[in-house]
Design a protein around this ligand. Structure first.
Ligand SMILES: CC(C)(COP(=O)(O)OP(=O)(O)OC[C@H]1O[C@@H](n2cnc3c(N)ncnc32)[C@H](O)[C@@H]1OP(=O)(O)O)[C@@H](O)C(=O)NCCC(=O)NCCS
Length: 143
């Protein structure tokens, strides 16, 4: 189901995925089956989302992020792909983020460029993640 108040430009969406009000999804994005994309989510072109993924409200997923099956992303979590941001940055170097299978990202966590979150890991609410998180671990605060 794509809600009529969403602007979804990609056709690459699996079955039984719901995309709710005021989402914007650009043409190059891939979204798997059985996902729930809650209202006010922005998904850029070079984004891959697996199956059975939940993305809660107010999340932006920028180019270079890969989200594997069964991931949960809490409300207002932030994912950064530019380490030294600047308006109209001529030196922009994309550093991809990977969220591995079954991992969960807490509300309002910030994930810095180039980080991989391991399988079934849990990032606490409000954490700032600066480096890779091993599988099956919980991290909080500045990690
Ligand atoms: C990290 C988390 C899993 C810990 O849960 P828990 O194991 O039950 O831990 P507790 O609540 O018993 O807290 C243990 C300690 O960690 C601290 N703590 C808990 N969550 C924290 C967080 N997000 N950031 C920093 N410290 C945290 C507690 O203050 C406590 O500290 P203390 O021992 O000094 O008193 C949980 O608090 C959390 O952040 N979950 C994510 C929730 C979320 O974002 N959901 C999204 C959908 S709404």
């Amino acid at each position: 189901m794509i809600h009529p108040l969403a602007d979804v430009q990609t056709k690459d969406i699996g079955t039984d995925t719901n995309i709710w009000q005021f989402c914007v999804v650009l043409a190059g994005a891939h979204i798997g089956a059985g996902c729930n994309i809650c209202s006010h989510v922005f998904i850029e072109n070079n984004v891959k989302i697996g199956n059975n993924v939940t993305v809660k409200n107010g999340v932006s997923l920028y180019d270079g992020i890969v989200i594997e099956d069964g991931v949960f992303i809490g409300p207002n979590a932030s994912f950064c792909n530019d380490r030294y941001p600047k308006s109209k940055n001529k030196n922009f170097k994309l550093e991809p983020i990977v969220i591995k299978k079954g991992a969960s990202i807490g509300a309002n966590a910030t994930i810095l460029p180039g980080v991989t979150i391991g399988e079934n890991a849990l990032v606490a609410a409000g954490a700032v993640v600066t480096k890779n998180v091993p599988a099956r671990t919980t991290v909080k605060g500045k990690f």
